[in-house]
Design a protein around this ligand. Sequence first.
Ligand SMILES: NC(=O)C1=CN([C@@H]2O[C@H](COP(=O)(O)OP(=O)(O)OC[C@H]3O[C@@H](n4cnc5c(N)ncnc54)[C@H](O)[C@@H]3O)[C@@H](O)[C@H]2O)C=CC1
Ligand SMILES: O=C([O-])CC(=O)C(=O)O
Length: 343
Amino acid sequence: MFAARQATSAIFGAAQRRAFSASAANASKVAVLGAAGGIGQPLSLLLKLNPRVTELALYDIKGAPGVAADVAHINTKSTVKGYDPTGDGIKDCLKGAEIVLIPAGVPRKPGMTRDDLFNTNASIVRDLAKAAAESCPDANLLIIANPVNSTVPITAEVFKSKGVYNPKKLFGVTTLDVVRASRFISQLKSTDPASESITVVGGHSGATIVPLLSQAGYALEGQELADYVKRVQFGGDEVVQAKGGAGSATLSMAMAGARFAESLLKAAQGEKGVVEPTFVDSPLYKDQGVTYFASNVTLGPQGVEEIHPVGKVTEYEQGLLDVCLKDLKGNIEKGEKWAKENP
Ligand SMILES: NC(=O)C1=CN([C@@H]2O[C@H](COP(=O)(O)OP(=O)(O)OC[C@H]3O[C@@H](n4cnc5c(N)ncnc54)[C@H](O)[C@@H]3O)[C@@H](O)[C@H]2O)C=CC1
Ligand SMILES: O=C([O-])CC(=O)C(=O)O
């Protein structure tokens, strides 16, 4: 029997549970939009196991009440409620939320790029962002729906148009890229992936994903380095191919999304030095017209506390960064332009 308590202990250690007890007065409502999907369901499960979450609000255009009824039986303290589009569903779901995760949108099929999802997912994210701007303008918004390089700028434009944009509270979730980068280097070097910490910067698609292996003290060379970088940049494609038309990464993404939400909750509850990589409104390359960029970010009670610079890179990594910046600029501008033309 996989009792919830054991599962909770496995994922959230004793120190975290003690920290939670000490800050039990914190009420943390977390909303998942797209909760009945491939990512949404395991993400909702992991959030239900997180003792820092006190209220879980699950919304989808179909199926969220069922998912909610299911996870609600898990014996952790948080309350769970499912919402659908009828009546004030989305408003009630979002009211009072501290964190809103958005995995709503279509996933890739083999042969597609993330940008091929733009036409469908742009309007889904825009409409959900509008609802969030109206019902919980102060919440931390975690954008999972692809193409993240464009859906984050779209969300920002929606918030700007409503006069409630706070760049410190909008995050593109790129956690899966660092999870993969750690896992893949550990497979090459026979190390413990949990103790690997590889910095990955840029964006979240193909060549915009830039792993900075040198910063972790690794010096791969030649084909081995090229293969490693390609695997991190196109790790998503590995899953898309393997699923053969049935979608993209869902389980690893749920883990990555839950980790990012946990980091935000820790920071909100006063823990210092919480750092996660994430795609945010960033000053790092604004002089080159790249207004959003993923790098390590220290999180605090108000969201983004400090955006870390990229740091020292090798000539090879600089070459990757140059390609990344060019692609990223196009992805960001595409999102911004679309949002302005399709308010
Ligand atoms: N940021 C990242 O690292 C990753 C992002 N993704 C992206 O996450 C998104 C979701 O992927 P999956 O969960 O696999 O897809 P899925 O198709 O299994 O689930 C999507 C869910 O969104 C719901 N939905 C659609 N429109 C909605 C709306 N207007 N409001 C609320 N819910 C709505 C659907 O009913 C469905 O339940 C995709 O765009 C995918 O590319 C996937 C993996 C990693
Ligand atoms: O590859 C995809 O389409 C989904 C995704 O973003 C990832 O797995 O990194």
